[in-house]
Write a protein that binds this ligand. Structure first.
Ligand SMILES: [Fe+2]
Ligand SMILES: [Fe+2]
Length: 340
């Protein structure tokens, strides 16, 4: 497992957001026909921002087993972020830190993440939540919804995996309730979203903010109907987008899908980030963007298609997103010496 880390730092693939001009230039410079190198863009806010970076780690899915391979993956992610030449001001952890929601798994995640040089902010995933309804996760990571300003940017994190109670009338135990969330395509929990109280909270949080404020939002799953059959969605994403609709620029990052994907609806750019545990396949639909899907060609490389992300916020409130994969096999062009 460690052998693949030799490539850390020199292989990067996919993605940037920024001004349209920069993106166009970069697309031409890098060559969009590489397939795995995709250029995305977000509208820039107009409020002045002090440039800085933040990083994203998502979906560690830690097990209770000692020295489990996913422990190593998360340690690799921490080492990758700590090794960045330009350190992030903070690291956002986008949920599913545990696989079964067990307290020891969540504690192990917190302990590994505590090795990051930068402070972390986290939101929960469905795997973290439904054994004890978030008790262990909240004890370890704090509030499930949060909002704060940093260098001119408003960061907002929300718990997006709330479903109506299907377990009480069925007489399910907590473990049985949790188990219905373990399968990607389980129909039992139904579509999840943010709580009604979170919608009200969000509206109050953003009400006083000027429209030109750059906004960065984090939810576990995407703020659009990517593939609801696998819960690649937030059921009230339309209402969330409406609440955030007054802003010039909103960048919305998510985990859960365990691969990179991009979409833009109105002012909101949605960016999916890789996991540190395993890559989910792309659903059988035509993607809005990119047309090219990540190429995980090396089945013998267990970290193929996994990694972290780094975002450099520019002075115009745009963000340059780099997906830092663990392994070069994600991008044969880079593996073969092409420099991005
Ligand atoms: Fe996950
Ligand atoms: Fe998830």
């Amino acid at each position: 497992m460690k052998s693949s880390n030799a490539n850390q730092g020199r292989r990067k693939f996919l993605g940037l957001t920024g001004t349209a001009g920069l993106s166009t230039f970069a697309a031409q410079a890098i060559g969009v026909n590489l397939g795995m190198v995709d250029i995305v863009q977000a509208q820039a806010g107009r409020r002045a921002v002090t440039p800085f970076r933040f990083a994203i780690i998502s979906d560690p899915h830690l097990y209770s087993a000692k020295d489990h391979v996913f422990d190593r993956h998360l340690e690799d992610a921490v080492a990758q972020v700590n090794g960045l030449a330009s350190q992030p001001d903070m690291v956002f952890v986008l949920g599913d830190v545990s696989h079964h929601g067990e307290a020891d798994q969540i504690a192990k995640g917190k302990q590994i993440l505590s090795k990051l040089k930068a402070p972390i902010r986290s939101i929960p995933g469905e795997h973290d939540w439904y054994l004890d309804m978030g008790a262990a996760w909240k004890a370890a990571f704090g509030a499930e919804n949060w909002s704060f300003d940093h260098k001119g940017v408003r960061f907002i994190g929300m718990n997006s995996i709330i479903v109506p109670d299907f377990w009480t009338s069925a007489g399910l135990t907590p473990a049985q309730r949790r188990d219905w969330f373990m399968a990607l395509n389980s129909p039992v929990p139904g579509l999840w979203g943010v709580a009604d109280s979170t919608l009200e909270w969000l509206a109050k949080e953003v009400a006083p903010l000027p429209a030109e404020t750059p906004v960065v939002v984090f939810t576990h799953s995407p703020l659009w109907d990517y593939y609801p059959r696998w819960n690649f969605q937030v059921s009230n994403s339309k209402q969330i987008r409406d609440i955030l609709g007054k802003f010039t620029s909103v960048m919305a990052f998510h985990g859960h899908v365990h691969h990179t994907v991009f979409n833009r609806i109105g002012n909101l750019s949605s960016i999916g980030t890789m996991s540190t545990s395993w890559p989910w396949p792309y659903p059988p639909i035509q993607l809005p963007y990119p047309e090219f899907q990540s190429n995980r060609v090396d089945p013998s490389n267990t970290q193929d298609g996994m990694g972290t992300a780094t975002v450099a916020m520019d002075a115009m409130g745009g963000g340059f997103v780099v997906h830092n994969g663990f392994a070069d096999s994600v991008n044969p062009a880079i593996r073969n010496g092409f420099k991005v």
